[in-house]
Design a protein around this ligand. Structure first.
Ligand code: PGA
Length: 254
């Protein structure tokens, strides 16, 4: 099946509401560069979701960077899937390596988040990826397979028609370093085969799998031209509207 390309911006802890508005205005001026044949999302901090909802150019959907898997409850400082859904959020980044490393999130907790997001009718962007030590020990394929399997273990194939996975080598995030497109293709093809073994061929052929880690306008096409790489999850280079639009053009071969 032909999968749509997907460009997602992960803003991390950047942009006030005023700055987010400015981004949306600038991106709107480039809206003709956002081909309707691809998917787009920006994932701002929670505080900017409400403002962006009404001013993003059409076709650019909202994503959140995190969620708590519980419903209502005594979880000080957390945000539930229903709260995100009410704000028009479509995607939720789950298991980003910064959450795993800096905030101690483990595979089980991440699996609960994936389930909660799907149950609410939103689409998880599940992040997996090896760290430098694991890469140097030749464990990359095993690490991403384990992360993928654990996160999806409790979920029925029928619930997984809308799933995005982002392969983000930890050592490539924010470092300016990347694997070669061929290396990323190899890992992503492996992730797709792991999804197939565990969830069936239909899910494997429909799941969008993105590459993430130091993607920018000058290198995105090398990744997204690979047969199994369906787009990119981009941090730093997604913060400027022109850079976002330039990546959209390059991803779409324009
Ligand atoms: P980067 O971040 O593009 O700044 O490397 C990617 C990410 O963390 O999703």
């Amino acid at each position: 099946m032909t999968r749509r390309k997907f460009l997602a911006g992960n803003w991390k802890m950047y942009k006030t509401v005023a700055e987010a508005r400015q981004f949306a205005e600038q991106l709107s001026r480039r809206s003709t560069d956002l081909s309707v044949d691809a998917d787009y999302a920006v994932c701002p901090p929670f505080t900017a979701l409400q403002a962006l909802r009404v001013i993003l150019p059409s076709g650019v959907l909202l994503g959140a960077q995190n969620v708590h898997p519980g419903g209502n409850g005594a979880y000080t400082g957390e945000v539930s899937v229903d709260m995100l859904a009410e704000l028009g959020v479509h995607y939720v980044v789950v298991g980003h390596s910064e959450r795993r490393q800096l905030f101690g999130e483990g595979d089980e907790f991440i699996a609960q988040k994936v389930e909660a997001v799907l149950q609410a009718g939103l689409i998880p962007i599940l992040c997996v990826g090896e760290n430098l030590n694991q890469r140097e020990h030749g464990q990359t394929l095993q690490v991403v397979a384990n992360q993928t399997q654990t996160a999806l273990a409790g979920i029925a194939s029928t619930a997984l028609r809308a799933l995005v996975i982002a392969y983000e080598p930890v050592w490539a995030i924010g470092s300016g370093l990347t694997p070669t497109p061929a290396e990323a293709q190899q890992v992503i093809a492996h992730i797709r085969s792991v999804v197939g073994e565990n969830k069936g061929a239909a899910v494997a052929s429909s799941v969008q799998i993105l590459y993430g880690g130091s993607v920018k306008p000058g290198n995105i096409a090398g990744f997204t031209n690979q047969p199994d790489i369906d787009g990119a999850l981009v941090g730093g280079a997604s913060l400027a509207a022109d850079s976002f639009a330039d990546m959209a053009l390059a991803m779409n071969g324009r």
